[in-house]
Design a protein around this ligand. Structure first.
Ligand code: MN
Length: 392
């Protein structure tokens, strides 16, 4: 069994919560990995003996709120008397947000897989990439990190692991949508997850994969080939917590319900893809003759489609094979996605190299995000130019 750093400390705190019948907040990121992880954590905790009514789920709308903790939802948890929050698929570099939660009196356990940056983090972090983590294999989605954690919790509580395995089917899809590199550590888990998907036990996965027309002989390779199709579908996220449409889909008990939700998502997915295609076409025309080593581009207006900026960055990166930074306007600043899945460059390093001109940034070498004030954009471009002039 793989045990990531700080697992024992977090288990101890959770067992205390279980004994005292404490209410717990489970807060997840607003993307496919986040929502799959939320369902996994919800099911795993219930099967470990936590009461449904003691688990308050938060998955804020990324159109209204920045990623990570926000004051509005923290205040709701506070009013409910919640002290402990499990944050999943975010947080490793959210120093300010963790300070805020800390000042409001929360204790935070983070199950995350984003790369670490120096700084004082007021949270108990479980992340394979953190300094001092001795696990040999690092390539896990947020959902994967959560699963490894719950394996250890179940072992400590002496709960039959079969109960956790009921949620194992949730591991594969977020590994695909989050571009997780396959390795000897995660492959057995992903294969088990695929085997579970093929058993067709969960209406929400069964019916949504049918809607995606992935065919009968689903393999990991085939899913990777169809990645953007899958990511677009599970990326159509609406509403908070248990009311979220993907959460609703994954926890639906009947095919009737799951089919209904799947059809609705499909329709929204088509709108999303049409919009993205339109912008990508403009981008392809605009940068047709570019000699630059990267593209920094965006819209000085809001895109009211969650995840569109990352999809646009990814598509342009696929077309031009150079790193792409695409931003949109959000409130009084710009929110951007950097992608290098189709290039050998490291966009996270490139952002680190921009110094402190960002409001925040973070992520992975091939997929990162940044928030920046508009007047700093020019400086970002200069720094990126320097970075890519030196990069091999
Ligand atoms: Mn993730």
């Amino acid at each position: 069994m793989i045990k990531l750093k700080n697992t024992d400390k977090a288990i101890k705190r959770l067992i205390l919560a279980l004994k005292k019948g404490e209410k717990i907040g489970i807060w997840s990121d607003y993307d496919p990995d986040g929502v799959f992880a939320l369902v996994l954590a919800f099911e795993a905790l219930i099967n470990a003996g936590f009461k449904k009514e003691d688990l308050e789920l938060i998955l804020p709308n990324q159109y209204k709120y920045d990623r990570s903790f926000n004051k509005f939802h923290l205040s709701i948890l506070k009013k409910m008397g919640i002290k402990l929050i499990i944050g999943i698929d975010f947080g490793t570099t959210d120093f300010k947000q963790m300070d805020m939660a800390n000042e409001m009196g929360f204790e935070v356990i983070l199950l995350d897989h984003h790369r670490q940056r120096p700084g004082k983090l007021h949270a108990l972090l479980i992340n394979p990439w953190q300094k001092g983590d001795r696990s040999k294999y690092k390539n896990w989605s947020g959902t994967g990190v959560a699963y490894l954690f719950f394996e250890n919790l179940y072992k400590t509580l002496k709960i039959d692991i079969k109960k956790l395995k009921q949620s194992e089917d949730l591991i594969l899809i977020p590994a695909i949508t989050d571009y997780i590199k396959l390795d000897k550590g995660n492959l057995p888990y992903l294969k088990n997850s695929l085997a579970d998907i093929k058993k067709n036990l969960r209406p929400g996965i069964r019916d949504s994969l049918k809607e995606l027309k992935l065919g009968k002989a689903i393999t990991i390779t085939k899913m990777i080939e169809d990645r953007s199709n899958i990511a677009d579908f599970y990326g159509i996220l609406k509403n908070n917590g248990k009311k979220n449409n993907i959460f609703d889909l994954l926890t639906s008990k009947t095919d009737k319900e799951a089919v209904k939700i799947s059809k609705k998502i499909s329709k929204q997915k088509r709108n999303f893809e049409d919009f993205v295609e339109k912008i990508v076409k403009v981008g392809i025309k605009k940068f047709k003759n570019t000699k630059n080593k990267f593209i920094l581009w965006g819209l000085d207006k809001d895109i009211k489609l969650v995840g569109a900026e990352s999809k646009i960055a990814d598509s342009l990166n696929e077309y031009f094979k150079i790193p792409v930074y695409f931003y949109k306007k959000e409130k009084n600043h710009l929110k951007g996605s950097a992608r290098a899945n189709y290039s050998n460059k490291n966009v996270l390093d490139s952002l680190k190299n921009c110094g402190n001109i960002f409001i925040n940034f973070g992520g992975h070498p091939k997929a990162a995000g940044f928030h920046i004030k508009k007047h700093n954009l020019k400086q970002m471009e200069e720094r990126l130019k320097k970075f890519y002039a030196q990069a091999k």
